[in-house]
Design a protein around this ligand. Structure first.
Ligand SMILES: Nc1ncnc2c1ncn2[C@@H]1O[C@H](COP(=O)(O)OP(=O)(O)OP(=O)(O)O)[C@@H](O)[C@H]1O
Ligand SMILES: [Mg+2]
Length: 321
């Protein structure tokens, strides 16, 4: 990415609230058409970072620019080039989507003659025509979230900030919001997205920054993060306790192998892919183990997050070597 293509740049962003260090030296950049996923649990500092970058709260230390404008010294210029869909909805429940968007377009000083066409274009692009003319109070969660995002887009921002855009949505609504976000990135908008959902970051983000209690825990592409944490895992399910005992004996010597007694499941890290998996499955069969089911799975971002922050574990007994 060349310098000119960088839209959002944060260097050493730091913020305290009393004793709480909510952000501690957070550094990243987001280019045109790129999605950065800021991933972390409750209280990690995600909203704090978004608020600093969108000029809502002052920065204690560090610097940030959006489209070359300094967030601290040129806040008005920054506000002109950004869109924000925050965690708290900004839309008026009593108004329809169309009326809400009309209001936002006036706030953003869109010329009167352009307002109507811009709003129609957005309602069409995000498939909102069927509910655009009834009050937002009647919307489903997914419809409301889409209105939040579209409201942030009225002024055609260069940089869009989405704070947990799919929290509380059902899987179908989430998928719809994901599609909208992908479509936006494809038009060149730089997007900073915060999420607690590891699969969401994996699905949408070009780069992921994992933060926890204000600290950067890890960063990189989704694939890179996954590669850092682990190899593929062969998951094998067997039928009976006797099968499990036999299988257990066979994999005991393999590094990192674990067995889940309750689920009659073996997890074996695999370093050389299909050949090694087939070999192991064949050896299990040769010793008379009946295999119910198996799968080779890539490490997920859940694995990444757990490995990095250790904030939760699965109850799996490690095989003693
Ligand atoms: N105005 C404030 N006054 C005092 N403490 C605050 C304030 N804003 C945030 N904090 C604290 O800063 C830390 C980070 O909060 P932040 O809202 O950035 O987390 P988050 O990652 O957005 O969490 P969530 O996923 O729950 O939205 C938390 O400990 C929070 O209590
Ligand atoms: Mg938050």
């Amino acid at each position: 990415m060349s310098i000119q293509d960088t839209v959002i740049r944060a260097a050493g962003l730091t913020k305290s609230f009393g004793d709480v260090l909510a952000a501690d030296g957070v550094t990243f950049s987001v280019g045109r058409g790129e999605v950065l996923g800021l991933l972390g649990p409750n209280g990690a500092g995600k909203t704090t970072v978004v608020k600093m970058l969108t000029t809502l709260i002052p920065i204690d230390d560090g610097t940030a620019t959006v489209a070359g404008f300094d967030v601290t010294s040129e806040p008005e210029s920054v506000r002109r080039v950004i869109g924000l869909a925050g965690q708290a909805a900004a839309v008026d429940e009593k108004l329809t989507a169309r009326e809400n968007l009309e209001l936002f377009s006036r706030l953003h000083k869109l010329p009167r003659q352009r307002r109507r066409s811009r709003i129609d274009e957005l309602l069409g692009r995000f498939d909102m025509a069927s509910f655009a003319d009834r009050p937002a109070s009647t919307y489903s969660g997914g419809q409301r979230r889409r209105l939040d995002i579209v409201a942030a887009l009225v002024a055609d921002p260069l940089a869009l900030f989405l704070d947990e855009p799919t929290t509380g949505l059902d899987p179908r609504s989430r998928a719809e919001v994901w599609d909208s976000i992908r479509a936006l990135a494809a038009t060149g908008t730089a997007i900073l997205l915060t999420t607690q959902y590891l699969d969401e970051a994996d699905q949408l983000a070009d780069q992921i920054l994992v933060i926890d209690r204000g600290q950067t825990v890890a960063g990189g592409t989704p694939d890179r993060l996954k590669a850092d944490v682990g190899r593929d895992v062969l998951e094998v399910h067997v039928s009976t306790d006797a099968d499990l005992a036999r299988a257990r004996e066979l994999v005991a010597a393999l590094p990192g192998a674990s067995v889940d007694l309750n689920r009659r499941q073996l997890d074996v890290p695999i370093s050389s892919g299909a050949a090694q998996s087939l070999d192991l499955l064949r050896r299990l069969q040769d010793t008379g183990v009946t295999i119910d089911d198996f799968q080779l799975r890539r490490p997920t971002l859940d694995d990444v997050f757990l490995a990095l922050t250790g904030s939760s574990t699965t109850p799996v007994e490690e095989i003693q070597q």
